[in-house]
Write a protein that binds this ligand. Sequence first.
Ligand code: NAP
Length: 495
Amino acid sequence: MTIAQQMPKADSHLPDIEATARGLYIDGNWRQSKSGRKIGVTDPSTGALLAAVADATVEDAQASIEAASRAAPGWRSTPPRKRSEILRRCFELMIERSEMLATLISLENGKALRDARGEVAYAAEFFRWNAEEAVRITGEFGIAPSGGNRIIVDYQPIGICLLITPWNFPAAMATRKIAPALAAGCTVILKPASETPLTAYALASIYEEAGVPPGVVNVLTTSEPAQLSAAILTDPRVRKLSFTGSTGVGRLLLTEAAKQIVSCSMELGGNAPFIVFDDADLDAALDGAMVAKMRNAGEACTAANRLYVQSGIYAAFAEGLAKRMAALTVGSGVDALTECGPMITPKAVEKIDRLVADAKAKGARVMCGGEASAGPGYFYPPTVLVDMPEGVEMAHEEIFGPVAPIYRFETEDEVVARANDTEYGLAAYVFTRDAARGLRVSSALEAGMIALNRGLVSDPAAPFGGVKQSGLGREGGQHHGIAEFMEAKYIATSF
Ligand code: NAP
């Protein structure tokens, strides 16, 4: 018996997992996969099976392209005001059901309920923001420099979009794509991560209830993501791929998308530096570090992966951070007292263990944590490492867990060079009381987003994205997010 079958159904704050896992969502219908196979969904807090979802085949993927294609003309010609109102309703329903959605996220992802509540609010905000943007899509009009003709630029929906999302923010990574795509007038196929499909299906029910027409959003889970995405991306009707996930899979998908010259937006991995200068406000830097490191138990692309602290403040910062990290309550995601939930899989714990063992072997000193916890559940304790040596693996790899390695630095030029010594360029954090230095360092850091004297950078109203191998394109922001789902059409005319 799965946990879904054991859960009481009467409390509306509790998700009805069995109903959520009722099938693939294609053309406004819930249907079983042509394969008849299922994918097990596990609760990382216990290792127990939560539910099983349908495992889509290439044939199911083709059905979703047909549905998205049939729905496309009607949706792109739906008045922006009407599209906006439907998106607004999605926002309202998500807020009404936020406790149920947060519980579902905690169950399948393991994140602490307080993080899951934060995610639902953030995820819903993409609908509110894009409901407001949907009615503000404008064009351009100008006179050619020769004076011989007029230039009209019209922005049109790009077409059918394939959206692929990771497990670490099962609601927000989906709504950050779906909301702007729908605002722009596109129809979509969402392929959520296999570890956390239930949230994507729960949200599909909300879209349906909000009035999103059949075929406009289709949701498919599969154990064969490479085959399915290849089949979808080689269909000439599909014009957009928006992917959030690892840089490695992003590279594979870019190759696949090249076959039909499909437009790509890529939100990939990160290796964020967190820089604290001697003149920083120590408490503010510690507060910031706790958010930047421990939001989602470190399983975030924006997570502080390398903490660089200047010599004069190093000891005080390390001691303060170790005290706060050691005091965190580790436990099951759905327990209201939990501050640090489990990792997503046993493999994730093994990776963190390997990186910490490598750092220890090369001379790092453990101030707290430092060893994987015994099961059940996939736990790793909050860990602080100091006296970090050069040449450790975790300086170049995403830790994706609750481990804070603190490196010492002496000068501004040195720390900027070390911070930029990575293939990634997503987020970076800077703490200093010197405003000029804060802006100078922010400008010199190779990252798409800088948090200056703050531990949190994400905001639906700001352009989210990376440089270097952290990605292509932006999500959210005043026009950036929607622009990714539109094509400029230029009309030359004379009159
Ligand atoms: P992942 O392994 O790259 O998977 C992401 C998605 O891609 C999942 O839906 C996965 O499906 C699918 N996928 C895997 N292999 C594929 C293939 N060969 N072809 C097509 N699709 C494929 O990443 P993850 O472990 O879920 O997520 C963690 C990564 O995401 C980290 O690197 C993190 O930094 C990054 N991330 C970036 C951002 C950002 O905004 N920049 C935000 C969140 C996370 P299955 O689940 O079925 O394997």
